[in-house]
Design a protein around this ligand. Structure first.
Ligand SMILES: NC(=O)c1ccc[n+]([C@@H]2O[C@H](COP(=O)([O-])OP(=O)(O)OC[C@H]3O[C@@H](n4cnc5c(N)ncnc54)[C@H](O)[C@@H]3O)[C@@H](O)[C@H]2O)c1
Length: 507
């Protein structure tokens, strides 16, 4: 099959413009068409301005600018796209409009011309259904802003010829982007994998485990997410993100894994969309965070000894060494003394359940999340009856070395354990469903969602057995099938192999 050189782009809006830019910069000849007269021309003029800026910033030479501009042409009518080898549509997100466009294009282009859709939420198979040759229809899902978002999903519909996908994969690489191959399923890879972070954070908020700013802080500081989930909701705006959550939930026939939240629906109805409406989970402009007065450590005589219990013996050793380094007195008896603070490190339990499991007094029990380790940010969780003086002591004592500490209400699996288990479990489910290969799932999520690591390799690093334990205990206690472990995770954790492990093809 000949390499693709002539591309037609239909729809000169935000996405069409970005796709035209990267194609023209990669040396492809681009014809841009928009149903609105003058829109394609205006788009090329805007791109000339973008190229000027790139030249000013020395990211492009004047010759490259000239060449890229020469590669862009306006199509005055659809019929002018007849000699294109690939058409990428980026028109309005409506199934009937895309179907009509593709059936019309089939009358214009050569039989081997590929018809690609940039849809984010429609089924490629459905778009291709009325076409004479659905085998030439595929998804080519760029992200906004196209030049900066370096990942593109290549989506095979039910009838797509695998060779079409191969050619698109090669093309995306020539654009300098990372292609990832996805089966035609709701949300493809990235919008599917992205469901876990926000929906689990909303579940935590709904249970009043912690306020918005605390949940955001814990996830940013402990796990290295660039933005907390609520900061992200405010950036994307709820009129965009809530319908995506609803749509994926509907498309998966109400699978509780994807259950959206009444919180975002109500806020959407109230117009609290996020940054663009001036108020979302935060008010904008956001005031500078006021430094809270540090909690002071009680007099030495009042300081309780700390008794430690952990689900994982490795955590026990870490906690003992850390508490000693902080200069705190340890209670090393088999059962805690009456006055000791009982510090527990459970996985997938709440503080109440942990107190029962370790046989500690819930009034003197406090839990610490060891999933993120002790170095970046620490999350403490109390039972509903933990003594306030012990909390004050712990908040001061455990921050003595300058590491931030957050306190949350009782919750199965803290904040990080719940959110990370949800992210890893969903990625495993995507692998289980064969939506994409493990390597492509990791690449897609890293580049498309900006997570510090791909979810499968992250799961390996956090420990697949731990993640399984968190989920299993959550299901056993909460009886919510939302947390049921994916078979992909369960099998790999039990067999002690990587979450990226796939059985080699063939017998
Ligand atoms: N905006 C995003 O963040 C984003 C990200 C990924 C994918 N997408 C998808 O890309 C597509 C385009 O989104 P957008 O944000 O660029 O939209 P947009 O509204 O900015 O642009 C759409 C353009 O298509 C033109 N158009 C509409 N119907 C047409 C038709 N039948 N023939 C020719 N031109 C037509 C419109 O005049 C408009 O210029 C949608 O399918 C959307 O779901 C959007």
């Amino acid at each position: 099959m000949a390499e693709i050189h002539r591309v037609g782009i239909i729809g000169a809006g935000a996405m069409g413009a970005g796709i035209a830019q990267v194609c023209a910069q990669a040396g492809l000849s681009v014809m841009l068409y928009d149903a609105v007269g003058g829109a394609a021309q205006a788009c090329i003029e805007r791109l000339a301005g973008v190229f000027d800026t790139l030249v000013d910033k020395r990211k492009m030479s004047p010759q490259q600018r000239q060449q890229a501009l020469a590669n862009l042409q306006v199509g005055q009518a659809l019929a002018q796209l007849g000699d294109c080898q690939l058409i990428i549509e980026a028109i309005v997100e409506k199934l009937d409009a895309k179907q009509r466009l593709f059936t019309e294009l089939e009358q214009i282009v050569a039989p081997e011309c590929i018809l690609a859709s940039n849809t984010s939420s429609l089924s490629i198979t459905a778009i291709a259904a009325p076409c004479q040759h659905p085998s030439r229809v595929a998804g080519l899902h760029f992200f906004n802003p196209v030049a900066l978002m370096k990942v593109v999903e290549v989506i095979d519909g039910l009838h797509t010829d695998p060779a079409v996908g191969e050619r698109l994969m090669a093309l995306v690489s020539r654009l300098g982007h990372q292609p990832v191959r996805s089966r035609d399923t709701p949300g493809f890879i990235i919008n599917h994998a992205g469901r876990a972070y926000g929906t689990e954070a909303l579940a935590l908020l709904g249970e009043r485990v912690a306020p918005v700013a605390v949940i955001d802080c814990i996830l940013r500081e402990s796990m290295g997410f660039r933005m907390g989930p609520f900061e992200l909701f405010d950036l994307t705006a709820l009129d965009v993100s809530h319908p995506v959550m609803e749509s994926i939930y509907q498309q998966y026939y109400h699978d509780p894994r994807y259950r959206p939240s009444v919180i975002t629906r109500q806020r959407l109805e109230a117009g609290q969309l996020g940054r663009k409406s001036g108020e979302g989970f935060y008010r904008y402009p956001r005031p500078e965070a006021s430094a809270e007065a540090p909690v002071t450590l009680a007099e030495p005589g009042d300081r309780p000894a700390v008794w430690v219990g952990a689900d994982d013996p490795a955590d026990l050793a870490l906690l003992v060494a850390w508490l000693q380094a902080l200069g705190l007195q340890l209670d090393r008896a088999a059962t805690p003394a009456a006055g000791s603070l009982c510090l527990l490190a459970p996985y997938g339990r709440d503080a109440t359940g942990a107190a029962l499991a370790f046989g500690t007094d819930p009034r003197r029990t406090l839990c610490i999340d060891m999933l993120p380790g002790l170095d970046r940010h620490r999350t403490l969780m109390c039972t509903p009856v933990t003594d306030a003086r012990l909390l004050t002591f712990a908040l001061a004592a455990f921050a003595q070395d300058g590491v931030g500490v957050s306190l949350i209400e009782d919750s199965l699996g803290f904040v990080c354990q719940r959110v990370m288990a949800a992210i890893v479990n969903l990625a495993c489910e995507i692998a289980q469903q064969g939506v994409a290969s493990p390597a492509h799932i990791d690449q897609a999520v890293r580049l498309g969602l900006g997570y510090p690591q791909g979810p499968l390799s992250w799961g390996d690093q956090l420990g697949a057995k731990r993640v399984l334990m968190i989920l299993q205990r959550m299901v056993d206690t909460a009886h919510d099938p939302r947390y049921r472990p994916s078979p992909w995770l369960r099998r790999r954790a039990l067999l002690d192999v990587s979450l990226s492990h796939e059985r080699a093809a063939g017998l």
